[in-house]
Each structure stands twice: as C-alpha cells, then as structure tokens.
Write a protein that binds this ligand. Structure first.
Ligand SMILES: Cc1cc2nc3c(=O)[nH]c(=O)nc-3n(C[C@H](O)[C@H](O)[C@H](O)COP(=O)(O)OP(=O)(O)OC[C@H]3O[C@@H](n4cnc5c(N)ncnc54)[C@H](O)[C@@H]3O)c2cc1C
Length: 310
C-alpha cells in the first residue's frame, strides 16, 4: 500500500492550492477529485482572484490544478469512499490514516478534506421531473441552450446575480426570483440594474414548475403564472461532509466541518478547507488560504510526530 504524507480529498480551488504548497514543502502529496477544478468551473467570470482582473472560472481552476501537478502532486480523478484512522499497537506513536477509493487503499500521514458542496434543491413539484429539461443548476453549462428564450434565476446571492447576467447573453428575458431580497456585491447590483433584460422580483417564491417534456411555465406562491423556458436554481449549497462525519470529525449545525485558525479539525492530522468548512465567507481565495494553512501545519505535524500504520 503506497504511503503519502499529505492526502487531499477534493481538487477544487482549496484542494489544489493546498496541494501546491504541500509539494513545495516536500510533502509527498496526492489529490483526489471527482470533478477536477471543482465548483468555480461552473462560473463564467471571476473578477476577485488577486492578480487576475478577469478570468473564466474553468481557466482559473485549471491553472490551480496545473500549478499543483507541475510541482509533482499526483492527481487522481477518483472518488474517496472512506477515511479511517489506522489501528496501532504502540500507543506512544501516532496513528496515520487508511483511505479507500473505488479501486485502491492508500496510507496517509495527514489528510486535508476539501470536498466542497453540492447544490441545494428548491424541493418543489416539477423540479426533479424537469431536471435537464429546462431545470438547471448551472448557467454556464446550460445557458447557451436558451437563445432568445425566457428564463428565471432563483436566488438572491451574488452568484445568482452573476448567473442572471450571464444568461442575458443568450436569453431575451431573465427574471430573478429572490425569496427575500437580491443582495449581490454592489458592482454586480449595478450591472443588474442597468440590464434591460433583467426583471427582479423580490419576496417571490416558485410553488411549482409546469411542463410535459420541457419547462413551460412556473406558478408562483402568489398564484401568478409566468410562461418560462428555463429555471436556473442558485439557492446555495450543502456541504459534502459525510466522509468527515464518518471519521468522527466534528461538524456544526449546518453540517460544515469545524476548523480552527490552523485549519485543524478535532482529529489531529485531519485538516479541512474551503466551502465544506465552517468559515462564513466562502470564496475561492478564502478556501485556498485555508488549504495553504493546512499544508503548513500538516508539515509541522509530520515533523513532530512518529506516524505509524500498525
Ligand atoms: C455561480 C457561482 C459563482 C461563483 N463566483 C465566485 C467568484 O467570482 N469568486 C470567488 O472567489 N468564488 C466564487 N464562487 C464560489 C467558489 O466557486 C467556491 O467558494 C469555491 O469553488 C470552493 O472551492 P472548494 O475547493 O472548497 O470546493 P469545490 O470547488 O466544490 O471542490 C470540491 C472538490 O472535491 C471533490 N470531491 C467531493 N467529494 C469527493 C470525494 N468523496 N472523493 C473525491 N473528490 C471529492 C469534487 O469533485 C471537487 O473536485 C462562485 C460559486 C458559484 C456557484
């Protein structure tokens, strides 16, 4: 069984940044990621990554992954299914971790969990039935299918506003339905206000999505019916913390992994970073910084402990 110093679960902004730092600290590192690049690959423009005035999400993600692998990090396009602490006989030493994937078992002295999130659903009738038939969670991926059509974005965040702006490049009309208020970054609020194709409806919820083979209309909670070709849902994300929970890592009430300023979890040798963690501000740069911090403290931990596997 191969042994790594630093095993990273997740190949998004956080995982790739941590991997890059770890390799420069001479830690033998491997990064597992089902979706190389992670969530940022689903946004068209990133304008707040320091040093890049404007870069596409996929380009930024791939630059980060390339940067890590160019320093020798192994990238595995595979799902991690289990992480458990090794059972050791000499309790004066420190137990490493056994990590399982679909095809393999690996030993890791330390682990960084940077598994990110999955999209939150609205859970209204029609959402599942019409998924990929007009219901989408990614404007960048599906927006071009809606040339000269009427679409809506559900959500009030900065991401929702950005998705709406992207959709105006294709659709003839874009509604934003925000349950309470629309509250993007001020720069994106200005862009929304200046865009004639966008109609913002605050305090609005969809009750049902109607359509036979594709989305035809939405019914709002007020009872109003609006003809619609596409429904894009941007109402947030749910942390992918199941692996961590099974290992015994402490989560908060939102199922986010609790970390301290060293990106340490409650289990020594296990670190977490990025959107799966409990930091309030979830951006590419903040997740990357947490992962870089994790790499540094993993390096210290490896130097200060005799880590064994049996
Ligand atoms: C529409 C939109 C626009 C955005 N715009 C911006 C922006 O302009 N600027 C900005 O800074 N942020 C933006 N964000 C937020 C940003 O995308 C996230 O904060 C960032 O991508 C989180 O990175 P991460 O590495 O924590 O997680 P993710 O990017 O979600 O990566 C998680 C990784 O873990 C992998 N994974 C999960 N479970 C497993 C497993 N069991 N085994 C193996 N691999 C696994 C996934 O495949 C993926 O590779 C935006 C988000 C959205 C949705």
């Amino acid at each position: 069984m191969e042994t790594f110093d630093f095993l990273i679960v997740g190949a998004g902004c956080a995982g790739a940044s941590g991997a890059m730092y770890a390799s420069r600290l001479n830690l033998k590192s491997v990064m597992y990621g089902e979706m190389p690049g992670g969530l940022i690959t689903t946004t068209h423009l990133v304008e707040n990554w320091p040093g890049e005035k404007s870069i596409s999400g996929p380009d930024l993600a791939m630059q980060l992954v390339d940067h890590a692998t160019s320093f020798g990090v192994e990238m595995k396009n595979e799902k991690v299914t289990e992480i458990k602490q090794a059972e050791i006989s000499d309790q004066s030493k420190t137990a490493g971790f056994i990590v399982k994937t679909a095809s393999n078992e690996i030993k890791a002295k330390t682990v960084l969990i940077a598994t990110g999130t999955k999209h939150r659903k609205m859970n209204v009738p029609g959402e599942d039935e019409l998924a990929n038939k007009g219901v989408s969670y990614c404007a960048l991926c599906d927006g071009a299918f809606f040339k000269e059509k009427t679409v809506c974005i559900v959500g009030g965040s900065d991401s929702a506003a950005k998705e709406a702006l992207l959709l105006t490049e294709h659709a003839k009309k874009v509604y934003i339905f925000a349950r309470s208020t629309l509250h993007p970054e001020p720069i994106n609020m200005d862009r929304v206000k200046k865009n004639d194709k966008i109609e913002v409806r605050e305090g609005t919820k969809i009750k049902e999505i109607i359509g036979k083979d594709k989305v035809e209309k939405v019914i709002l909670e007020s009872g109003e019916e609006i003809e619609m070709d596409g429904v894009f849902i941007a109402i947030g994300h749910i942390p992918l913390s199941g692996l961590a929970e099974k290992l015994g890592v402490e989560l908060n009430d939102h199922k986010e992994i609790k970390i301290n300023r060293h990106s340490e979890t409650n289990i020594p040798g296990v670190y977490a970073a990025g959107d799966v963690g409990d930091s309030e501000f979830k951006q590419a740069i903040t997740g990357s910084a947490e992962a870089v911090t994790a790499a540094y403290y993993a390096f210290e931990y490896i130097n200060n402990n005799e880590i064994v596997f049996e």
